[in-house]
Structures are given as C-alpha cells and as structure tokens.
Design a protein around this ligand. Structure first.
Ligand code: AMP
Length: 366
C-alpha cells in the first residue's frame, strides 16, 4: 500500500523517542497516525487515499487538544475513512498585542491524545481512523513573506467583510483574516471532502462557510456541538490559565446565555426581551465579585452580549423565527488581584487575562 512507502513519522515512533526529530523515516506497517511536516509528502499521501476511494475529514486545530477537539475528530471518523488533524498555531490570527507567545503548546500530550483516540476508533466498527497529523512549520505555511499581523500588513490574505469585522472581529481586527487565510491554505493542501469546526467558535463557522462558498472550495463544512466542562464552561485551550476561582466565576458566560435562550424558548422575539436577563445576570455576578475582598474575588469585563443573524452575524432587533439567531458573548477574566494561601491556581498563576467566548444557537421555531 502506498501509505507504507513514504518518508513519514508516526506518533508511536515519536512518543517512543519522546523528542521531535526532523529526520523522517519510512513507515513500518504501524497503523499509528503519521506525522507530516511538509506539503509534498502529505499531497502524495492524500492522492493515494483518493485513488483508493477513501475520504478525508480535516479537523484544523492549534493544538493544546482537549475534548472539544477530540469530539470533532470523532465526528470526522463517523463520516470519513481518514481523519486529518492539523496542529498549527497560526501567527496571523493573533493581533500584535495578543497572546501568541503564551498560547499553550502541548505537542507531546497532543500526540498521546490522538494516539489514544485512534486506538479507540480502531476498536469501533465502521469508524474511520486518524491517519495523518499535519504539523507544518511557519515557513511552510507562509512560504513567501513572514507572517504579518499588522493592518493592512504584507502578504497574501483572505478577507471576508463585513462578516469578519463584527463581534470577535471588532475586538480582534486581524483574527478572521488570519483564520480564513490559514484555513484556505489547509483546505488547498489537504483537499478534504469535509472540514470540521466547533460551534464554540460560532462566528468562525460562519466565516468558514462563507469562505467555502465564495471561493468554491470543494468541501462540506460540518459543525460539531460545543463540549463543556461540568460547570457549563465551554472547553477551551485557554482554560488552563483559569484556577478554581476564575473558573467558577467564568460560568457566568453560559449562565447568561441560557437565561436569554429561555426567553426565546418562551416565545419572546424582540432583542430587549431576549437579552435583558443575560445582561442583568452578568451585571449581578460582576457586582457580587466587586463586593468581595481582592483575595476572594475574580473580576471580569463583558465585551459583548449579542443577538445576531446566523449567517451574517449582524445584530437583529427582532428574531425571525424562520431563521433563528445566534446568542453569543465574550468576556475577559481579569488577572487575580491577590492570591489566597493554598489556592489552586491556573497556568501562569492566574496572572494572565483570559478572553472567553460562548454561544447558543436559537434554532428556527417555524
Ligand atoms: P482551536 O484549536 O482553539 O483553534 O480550535 C480548533 C477547533 O476546535 C475549532 O473548530 C474550534 O471551534 C473547535 N473547538 C474548540 N473548543 C471547542 C469546544 N469546547 N467544543 C467543540 N469544539 C471546540
């Protein structure tokens, strides 16, 4: 089989060596996912799959894998024979003042998680397998000019306006330009039948759908449900920065959205009627934290609580029940002011501000 003859690495080989070598080796009969760092070997592999009538589902990630990512891989394995996972922390989607350097990188743990999931899939009748992990270098992804996060910036970019300028895009002006650009590159490299994105980043799913439509990308965009911690907090790679105190308060995002959703489910359709309980809840929680001592509280700032159209992400005054809407919010958990004795802290000792997002889809009601 062609897949056994290419210069590749496998996760099993890498994790056994516990170090990442740049030397490739020819694959053995191992069925461990293969790691690709460069485009040509991945293309050759992809072509061999195509010629064998196999299908590819791509899950783009920035690593620091958690159950949210793995749920997308599982979904991809239900619908495709082969799952490709890309792991690449894309510099152009981080603004100049954002957390690129502190973004969590957990390469070895990611490989173990993928290997474990692949073993689970191997034991699941009819499931596809994780056959490729694409972990390119920045030189591979930005072959001509180094990645530029400034505006207008130098380089080849995909911009999707005005969709990408709203909400997350208003707070993070280069974010969706970076996302759309890197995703188009990944789609061109992997030519997947299907691509998988999480509902957690709902505006991103709208941007990717638009990208696929407007650039005639021959792939189907699939969206998997948001995976949550027990408290309701949406899983995120950035949650590792939250210790117990900030994590508890961070429930405010999902709680606020659920209150607004309840209004819609009770038949309310106007913006004011739907949003007020969400805003009131966020205000109450913020005020209650303010009352506490600095050693006991976790302060946060609300960026937005939005009620928007599901396709354009433009704010709506009245929800058209035939279209439904997206409720979404972004809040910044501020660094703890004082740490209590013996307190369980997150990575970076809870000194790193953490921007969290969450959303609920208001499904069409007619
Ligand atoms: P990231 O590595 O954060 O860029 O995320 C990679 C993919 O995983 C994106 O499509 C995200 O929307 C998705 N994802 C992240 N967190 C979750 C979650 N809690 N539930 C479902 N999907 C998620």
């Amino acid at each position: 089989m062609a897949t056994k003859l290419r210069p590749i690495q496998t996760i099993a080989a890498l994790t056994a060596r516990r170090s990442l070598s740049t030397t490739h080796r020819y694959a053995s009969a191992s069925s461990s996912p293969q790691i690709f760092r460069d485009v040509p070997p991945l293309r050759t592999y992809r072509r061999s799959l195509l010629l064998s009538n196999r299908t590819v589902g791509l899950v783009p990630t920035m690593g620091a894998l958690h159950d949210g990512h793995l749920s997308l891989a599982r979904l991809a394995a239900v619908e495709n024979t082969d799952v490709f996972i890309s792991i690449y922390v894309n510099p152009t989607q981080f603004g100049l003042n954002e957390d690129l350097s502190s973004y969590p990188k957990t390469w070895e743990a990611d490989l173990v998680a993928l290997e474990t999931l692949d073993a689970e899939l191997a034991a699941t009748p009819g499931a596809g397998r994780i056959s490729a992990v694409f972990a390119p270098t920045t030189k591979t992804m930005y072959p001509t000019l180094p990645p530029d996060s400034s505006l207008p910036g130098k380089g080849s970019f995909v911009t999707i306006t005005p969709l990408a300028n709203l909400l997350e895009g208003a707070s993070r002006p280069v974010f969706f330009r970076g996302v759309a650009t890197i995703c188009l590159k990944l789609f061109n490299i992997c030519t997947p039948e299907r691509v998988y994105f999480g509902q957690k980043d709902v505006q991103q799913t709208a941007v990717i759908r638009r990208l696929a439509k407007d650039f005639h990308v021959d792939t189907t965009v699939r969206v998997g449900p948001t995976q949550r911690e027990e408290s309701g907090l949406a899983m995120s790679s950035r949650n590792i920065y939250l210790g117990t105190r900030r994590r508890n308060v961070a429930r405010v995002l999902s709680q606020a959205l659920r209150r607004a959703e309840a209004q819609y489910l009770a038949g309310k359709r106007t913006r004011g009627d739907i949003l007020w309980p969400a805003t009131a809840h966020a205000d109450e929680v913020a005020a209650a934290q303010e009352e506490l001592d600095p050693g006991a509280r976790a302060k946060f700032e609300v960026d937005y609580i939005s009620l928007a159209d599901p396709e354009t992400m433009e704010e709506v005054e009245v929800v058209d029940p035939a279209r439904g809407a997206i409720l979404s919010t972004a809040m910044k958990m501020l660094p703890l002011e004082e740490v209590a004795e013996g307190e369980q802290l997150g990575a970076g000792d809870d000194k790193i501000p953490v921007r969290l997002i969450d959303n609920v889809i208001l499904e069409p009601a007619e």
